[in-house]
Design a protein around this ligand. Structure first.
Ligand SMILES: *Cc1c(COP(=O)(O)O)cnc(C)c1O
Length: 244
């Protein structure tokens, strides 16, 4: 089985790398289906978002061959480069990284989803800068659910007000929430922050939110158990990232 190798060892052999990525997608799709079943979730209710940050366009093309259509990126310039290389592909692009004000115009123009909105100023700019010919930009509000001082995201207590404000913006479609809890090894502990956030969203009077962007390579089963509708998976699909 080629899945025993990681991408770095295989970059000299494009065919093998494609096979590896195909196998990894099969494996993760199977894991998601099984988790849906075990958790009494509707089959197909959890979308796989392939997080391709730091990975070359060839890896995205290999994933596309394996049937993947939704890709997530964290760094704008890197994402725009890959979007250009992959212009012929029918890809839905999600932005999941921190947002500076000077990036909003490109985000509003070149992405279908932004998961990492955590203030009204950024939301306003995205709405104003969304080109008129495009449908409203899908938005998730990022919640700093483990209350980590260094992390992006609003506090849970700020969620009702920001939801109400963002829901009014004409060129955005507020879909839900995104969270990156502090890493935990234990399954039950992994579930807790997602459960808290899910319940807080359920209590909101309006708007109706349908998206929970919960779960990464290390905690996708716990996230699916607590209502995830989008899991954001990088390492398990594309191998370890090399930031060098
Ligand atoms: C990098 C990243 C992921 C993917 O993480 P893995 O552990 O590699 O699956 C998911 N979400 C966000 C916001 C990320 O920055």
């Amino acid at each position: 089985m080629v899945v025993l190798f990681n991408n770095r060892q295989l970059t000299d052999n494009g065919q093998l790398m494609t096979t590896t990525i195909t196998e990894r997608f099969k494996q993760i799709r199977k894991q998601i289906s099984e988790a849906e079943l075990v958790c009494n979730r509707q089959p197909g209710s959890v979308l796989l978002l392939a997080v391709s940050k730091t990975k070359p366009a060839e890896d995205i093309a290999a994933a596309y061959q394996a049937g993947q259509r939704h890709f997530g990126e964290n760094y704008l310039q890197e994402a725009l480069r890959k979007q250009q290389e992959l212009g012929a592909y029918d890809i839905t692009w999600h932005f999941i990284g921190p947002i500076q004000s000077n990036k909003t115009k490109a985000l509003a123009t070149y992405f279908d989803w932004v998961h990492s909105v955590d203030n009204l100023k950024i939301a306003n700019r995205l709405s104003e800068q969304r080109p008129a010919h495009l449908p409203p930009l899908n938005i998730c509000l990022q919640v700093n659910i483990s209350d980590e001082p260094s992390k992006s995201g609003i506090a849970l207590a700020e969620l009702p007000q920001l939801c109400e404000q963002v829901a009014k913006l004409p060129n955005l479609k507020l879909r839900g929430v995104m969270a990156i809890p502090a890493p935990q090894d234990d399954f039950e502990q992994q579930r807790q922050p997602y459960k808290t956030l899910y319940q807080a969203v359920a209590k909101l009077k309006q708007p109706r939110l349908d998206t929970f962007s919960f779960g990464m390579t290390g905690d996708l089963n716990a996230a699916i158990a607590e209502g995830s509708t989008i899991v954001r998976i990088g390492t398990a699909l594309f191998g370890e990232r090399d930031y060098a």
